[in-house]
Design a binder for this molecule. Structure first.
Ligand code: DAH
Length: 358
């Protein structure tokens, strides 16, 4: 009996995994286990023998059960320690780059633009995509039936023509002036919609509107502001701007602004003295617009500009077809997209991760 018990206790002592330990338990205490077999022999003994042998067997069983239990707890603890050790996370390690996801060029460029204007002291303003006629046209000095309305290729939401998908971000000018006293200095980015579709037009696109209103803001400030913006955005000092007279109902005078560029060997580059590329519309806010917002045009004046964000993205990052922006093709995103952790800032660089995206 002692040999049997010592043998089992030895085996328990020597096992180092839980499965083997359970096998020992079954082979000792299971239905056909060695101790169970011994118990079966009790019936063949005399009462005195049975008493002694029975007691010894019970003590042995308890001893073995206890040893099994202790060993089980020990092995479980070791296993847990091992698992905890392999699952350790060093929170002080740098985050691994997310390889799959990309920031869309529109989001990237919008961040870049907002970063620059924020640094120049502009606030962020927003308005709804679904607009009413007043904010989208009427208050912006578009007379009813004026050809300028037709040129906007408007999507109407109902037959009354009073609810539209905004064709530009200019309604945010109205919403801002209606709700805020000058001095006003805002940029308003967002989605805009027109019934149009080709290489450089999609029914949904993005614009950013700028508006500065106070008592003495003039066209010189507009030029300075846009020049400063373009230098930062295109990340070069070799930027020249040209202002051509134009027409918008909501500005007087109105101008279209071109940027100096070259197109050599199929490569587009921002630089002065070679040629021009149309960039944006701008001008001094029309007195009627200021009046329509409840402000006195004798007291307040200022400038506004509106620029296509997608267009800026195409120019800066050499993306040829606007339609591809909205197709959701991961191969395109891998090529033109940006790594999520490289957030543009004016000091550390706006587009430092361009070209190192693989
Ligand atoms: N809203 C115009 C458009 O989308 C762009 C524009 C032109 C905005 C001149 C302005 C501006 O603020 O002054 O066609």
């Amino acid at each position: 009996m002692d040999n049997l018990i010592n043998d089992i206790l030895n085996k328990i002592e020597q096992t180092s995994d839980l499965i083997a330990l359970d096998e020992i338990r079954v082979s000792a205490l299971g239905k056909k286990g060695t101790l169970t077999e011994q118990m079966k022999t009790l019936g063949t003994m005399s009462p005195e023998e049975r008493k002694i042998a029975g007691q010894a067997l019970n003590v042995a069983k308890e001893k073995i059960a206890k040893a099994l239990d202790e060993k089980k707890q020990l092995l479980e603890k070791l296993e847990l320690d091992k698992r905890l050790a392999t699952e350790t996370i060093d929170v002080s390690m740098p985050v691994r780059p997310v390889i799959e996801g990309r920031i869309h060029p529109v989001s990237q460029v919008m961040e870049e633009i907002l970063t620059i204007f924020a640094q120049m002291g502009f606030d962020l303003a927003e308005g709804p995509d679904i607009e009413d006629d007043w904010h989208c046209f009427e208050a912006l000095n578009f007379p009813k039936n004026h050809p300028a309305r037709q040129m906007q290729a408007t999507f109407f939401m109902d037959e009354t023509g009073d609810t539209v998908l905004r064709t530009h971000t200019s309604p945010v000018q109205i919403r801002t002036m209606e709700n805020k006293k000058p001095p006003i200095r805002i940029v308003a980015p967002g989605r805009t919609y027109r019934c149009d579709y080709d290489m450089t037009h999609t029914p949904m696109f993005h614009q950013i509107e700028g508006l500065v209103i106070d008592k003495s803001t003039n066209m010189g400030h507009l030029k300075g502001c846009l020049l400063e913006f373009m230098k930062k955005f295109f990340e070069t000092d070799d930027v020249s701007l040209r202002f051509r007279p134009s027409f918008f109902p909501f500005t007087e005078p109105s101008a279209e602004c071109d940027v100096g560029c070259s197109r050599e060997n199929g490569e587009f580059k921002i630089e002065s003295g070679k040629g021009w590329m149309e960039l944006l519309g701008c001008g001094m806010v029309h007195p009627n617009v200021i009046k329509n917002c409840g402000l006195d045009p004798e007291e307040y004046q200022g400038f506004a500009f509106g620029v296509g964000i997608d267009r800026l993205a195409m120019l800066k990052y050499g993306i040829p077809d606007l339609r591809s922006f909205f197709e959701g093709d991961m191969r395109w995103m891998k090529h033109y997209g940006f790594l999520p952790l490289d957030v543009p800032t004016v000091t550390s660089g706006l587009s430092f991760n361009a070209g190192v995206k693989k």
